[in-house]
Design a protein. Structure first.
Lengths: 438, 438
């Protein structure tokens, strides 16, 4: 039995309106990695005997959930910027990725996980390859993860892909007490032809897995799919059965119309909204408020650090919020209480995680404590405003995943940070050399 | 004689293309607060005898220039959010500002200056009231400042306003060896009728002062000015002679057309671009690339922390860059080398500061050193990309203004941070109580 009491902070709890959070003063009680009681709601057992974490004057909230990304691309951060998506991907990213080996993916993922934990992200969704390397890192570093092997269905060896995905899921889905989950990862409508999707849907049904994919990221994608199949990307995926399996998460959803939103809503598909990546790669601005109003679960994703540069979910929140206010000419759009929900429980729902992302009895104790004393957080008229609009990665003091401290006083406990940084630099140099030689 | 050598870093120097920066390896030599040589360019005197600051592996760049804001409003940060500009201003901000006294303004400015210095901002433009209180704080804390008393010309006592501005300018313009400068601050086209502007222009001419103002922030302002005067805000100001005085800086310039840009360009008016504030208050998105292409000097401003929440110029850079990429559907728009220029020399030019904002022999030694070792800055393929897209306030290690260290190892030397934070909190509580009682 491991009992933990986080005492005296301002707790960020579920709001009375769905899709929002609110503030409650009080304590947070945790046993064996599960939340027992929140600000007096929930029962403490007779043999309750906690270690105390003093949080008086601090903000205590669910860990951030990064609902979409490609963590190992942290190695490529800053390698190619200020380029259009296709040129960026085809001329710069793919050639250097070609030289990446399993151990490089490990190095990049470790760097990304270190950055995420230090900044208060306790759960992330990742699509990359080969994913057993990513799973190994997550297993060791203690972060929660929803992992999908990226499946490109053009000129693909279907048997090999499905075989890898099956073995990966069998080994890792539900591993580490459920801390690691697996989704199948058909990359995108334009990289997965119908027969390939058919094999993916069959395997998902057989193994009871959800799907992680990209959808309607660019206007070009919508055109391509329309000209190939006479359908929108959402219609194409629905008709292929992709939305009929377990929890489905689509990243981006930038170029979606009313009909597409109806499809996503009807099938309970979750959206990972990646506003920084979408702007930076000049893909556009997703109609986030419309997506929410359609009843679709929305989380926030940073996308890969080669496109969004950092894994800073705080900045991602501000981009999400300010953009919608600006383009809708409505300062009330996406207020602080909705942004904070989106960055926590919203992401968990979009990823199909039933007991993650809220401070609620029975939920996993993925919790962060934020320091409100740095000048940019002062005076602190409103806790939610301070968190959504002022806080940054450097304000996160303590990070727990299932009650286990992975960051304390802003220092990474989960791994040797210096070693991770040095290894990532070494690998980045050797990748650059490899691509220049080839 | 005080000689200082910053040794072995990656220096951010003027780029070969105007309006950009570039990277050079080498040392930076400073004497008595003035840059002597940069990466071997510039001469060292015979009696050169420097203290050494080791910066090997670090990034050394000009301090950030925050070209527009209302620093004391740090006290109101988080007091009113997610509201449209007019409701926000008239129902929430003005009533609480009514209760603000000189000592409160001091408390708020100290908080803001602490935040700015810690985040690498070495110079800021400020419009507030009463400005001698702000000047006192800047004088003491060592930051560079361009200060303007906000002048509202509706139901105004013109003599009193001009009298205050005259005395303020006489006392502070060029004070502290030129570290503090004064501009006249007619608030905006919609708050300054023609006869009031006439008095401002006369005083500016007499005292040789520049102007700081707001221009074309909202579509409503443009409509108002058109219906009152049959002109655009830029035409109205030009015709009133506002643009014919010394350096003129206009904040926002969101709703400007080609004709307006021609006017600003012809009169050498600088623009302080405040993308976060403009989005957050649902004012819109300025055509920043068009403004630059018209040949207008553009700097970045955070606006007041009650509208933009923080004084984080790094985040402001990313909003500026990513927004233009996104709305222009052009990933090449505002690349890293232009953003970094805008956040440094661009702001200085827009404020009329001839020897600030670049690492260049003869310029003021306003310099910051950035730590590239936190995971979000790694691996560091490209120094400019790391600075523009990954760095944040927490990465700033050393801050010099005219060679004087104000931040070292991330700690504020310029003042007692704890005292500033406590005082700001105390004042914020008492302001809230005052407005609730009234």
């Amino acid at each position: 039995m491991r009992d933990l009491l986080i005492e005296g902070g301002s707790l960020i709890v579920p709001g009375s309106r769905p899709g929002t959070v609110a503030v409650a003063a009080g304590d947070l009680a945790i046993r064996d990695g599960i939340i027992l009681s929140v600000a007096g709601r929930g029962d403490l057992p007779g043999d309750w005997d906690p270690s105390i974490i003093e949080a008086s004057g601090r903000y205590v909230m669910p860990g951030l959930v990064n609902a979409h990304g490609h963590a190992a691309m942290a190695l490529l951060r800053g390698y190619a910027d200020d380029l259009p998506l296709e040129e960026w991907l085809e001329d710069r990213i793919w050639p250097i990725e070609d030289g990446m080996e399993g151990s490089d993916v490990e190095a990049g993922t470790s760097l990304a996980v270190a950055e995420m934990l230090l900044g208060g992200t306790t759960c992330f969704a990742d699509m990359y390859f080969p994913m057993h390397r990513v799973a190994g890192v997550c297993s060791e570093m203690g972060i929660r993860a929803v992992l999908s092997q990226g499946l490109i269905g053009i000129d693909a060896d279907v048997d090999r892909d499905m075989d890898y995905s099956r073995r990966f899921a069998e080994e890792w889905h539900g591993a580490r007490g459920g801390r690691i989950r697996v989704q199948l990862g058909p990359h995108a409508p334009y990289t997965c032809p119908p027969d390939y999707l058919e094999a993916v849907v069959a395997l998902a049904g057989e193994l009871g897995l959800g799907i992680h994919t990209h959808l309607a990221e660019t206007a070009g994608e919508v055109e391509t799919i329309r000209s190939r199949y006479g359908k929108s990307p959402a219609e194409y995926f629905r008709d292929a059965g992709i939305f009929s399996v377990g929890p489905v998460t689509v990243a981006h959803a930038v170029h979606v119309d009313r009909d597409d939103l109806e499809i996503l809503a009807a099938d309970g598909v979750g959206v990972a909204h990646c506003p920084r990546s979408n702007l930076r790669l000049a893909c556009g601005i997703a109609p986030t408020v419309d997506i929410l109003e359609a009843g679709i679960p929305v989380g926030l994703g940073t996308d890969g650090p080669a496109s969004s540069a950092t894994l800073d979910m705080w900045e991602e929140m501000r981009f999400a919020g300010y953009l919608q206010k600006g383009i809708r000419a409505d300062a009330r759009a996406l207020p602080a209480e909705e942004l904070l929900y989106m960055a926590t429980r919203g992401g968990a729902v979009a990823l199909g995680l039933e007991d993650v992302g809220e401070l609620r009895p029975g939920f996993r104790a993925d919790v962060i404590v934020v320091n409100p004393d740095r000048p940019h957080m002062v005076p602190g008229h409103d806790v939610l405003s301070s968190l959504a609009y002022c806080a940054g990665p450097g304000d996160v003091e303590l990070v727990l995943v299932e009650g286990r401290p992975l960051v304390r006083r802003g220092h990474l406990l989960a791994a040797d940070l210096e070693e991770i940084v040095e290894r990532a630099r070494r690998v980045a140099v050797s990748l650059t050399e490899r691509v220049e030689e080839s």
